[in-house]
Structure formats: structure tokens, C-alpha cells
Design a protein around this ligand. Structure first.
Ligand code: ATP
Ligand code: MG
Length: 168
């Protein structure tokens, strides 16, 4: 059974394409208030979690929430794809500005599983091309960006069974 140790005070950046299981993973391992998600932020500023025109405002809110929580010393988990290095850099900067560590948790289950789950999904229909683009972006590694640790989970059974512990 794999244990995943994250800082009790710090930032956990989930990384994974749409449908990789980030929200499911976050809900299983963290309290709802610890999870700041791009979709819930989009919903809060537009009444529609799929309204792409609200993306800039949604991320403005997300970054503000992350910054506020970290300033208050609260463990914070970012539930967004974060496949783009510029998105990660922004979050790393917020953690550094608050003198707190950031760790990355990369969810990378087999692509066929992700595509099958996506096809069966009622809440979202992502075009194939968008998912392919996210996979291309994901190939750029996270090494050297400034994460204290990078945990990569690929085995679906491991993703389902991993135990998250906090280190003071
Ligand atoms: P998005 O970036 O679009 O928000 P996501 O990475 O948050 O996607 P989820 O919403 O967690 O992905 O999962 C996508 C679909 O896969 C959902 O229908 C969910 O029920 C299913 N799923 C996710 N994780 C698992 C799992 N561990 N076992 C079985 N089904 C799963
Ligand atoms: Mg999600």
C-alpha cells in the first residue's frame, strides 16, 4: 500500500488531463474545503462550470483563494488540469510568496482508460483533440520547476488505494 506524504502546511498541485480522476482523487483524500477547483471557481463566477468564457475570472478567483489559504497556513489542494507549465509556475509562485512548499501529484492512468471514462461521462464532453493536446502538454516533465516533491501515480489500483498522510 503506497503512502503519499504531503506537507501539512503547503500546496498540493494535482496534475492530469481531463478525466484522469483528479476530482475523484481529491474528494477521497482531502476535506472539501481543502480542495480549490477550477470548475467550482468557474461555476461561482458564471453559474456554469463549463462556461469557457469565464476561465480568466475563474482562475483569478482560484489564485486568490489559494493565496489566502496559504497565508493562513492551510493545506490547499488545487484541482485543475495543470498540464501547462505556466499554470504550474503561477501556483509555485504563490506558494513561494507564502514561504510554503508545493508538491505535485501527477495522475496519469492509461490513456485508453481515460478516454473510455470520458466517453461515459455525463457531466462533460471534451473533444478528442482537446484531450490529445493535454496529453502533448503533459509530456513536458515537471522536474526543475521548483516542486519539493513530484509524485507520479500511473497504476489505477494505486490511484484508488494510496493513503495520503501529512508531515508537519
Ligand atoms: P476534469 O479535469 O474534467 O475535471 P478529473 O480529472 O477531475 O476531470 P474525474 O471527474 O475525477 O476526473 O473523473 C472522470 C470520470 O472518471 C468520472 O466519471 C469518474 O467517475 C471516473 N473516475 C475517476 N476516477 C475513478 C476511479 N478511481 N475509479 C473509477 N472511476 C473513476
Ligand atoms: Mg475534475
Amino acid at each position: 500500500e503506497r503512502e503519499l506524504v504531503v506537507p501539512a502546511k503547503g500546496l498540493v498541485v494535482l496534475v492530469g488531463v481531463s478525466g484522469s480522476g483528479k476530482s475523484t482523487f481529491a474528494a477521497r483524500n482531502f476535506a472539501p474545503t481543502q480542495v480549490v477547483g477550477s470548475d467550482s471557481c468557474r461555476g461561482m463566477v458564471s453559474d456554469d462550470e463549463n462556461d469557457q468564457s469565464a476561465t480568466a475570472d475563474a482562475f483569478g478567483l482560484l489564485h486568490h483563494l489559494v493565496d489566502t489559504r496559504l497565508r493562513r497556513g492551510l493545506l490547499t489542494v488545487v484541482d485543475a488540469t495543470n498540464v501547462d507549465s505556466s499554470a504550474r509556475k503561477r501556483l509555485l509562485r504563490i506558494a513561494a510568496d507564502n514561504d510554503l512548499p508545493a508538491v505535485a501529484v501527477v495522475l496519469d492512468p492509461p490513456e485508453q482508460l481515460v478516454r473510455d471514462r470520458g466517453a461515459a461521462r455525463a457531466d462533460r464532453a471534451l473533444p478528442d483533440s482537446a484531450l490529445s493536446r493535454q496529453y502533448r502538454q503533459m509530456r513536458n516533465g515537471l522536474e526543475g520547476e521548483g516542486f519539493h516533491e513530484i509524485h507520479v501515480l500511473r497504476d489505477p489500483q494505486e490511484i484508488d488505494s494510496v493513503v495520503v498522510r501529512t508531515r508537519p
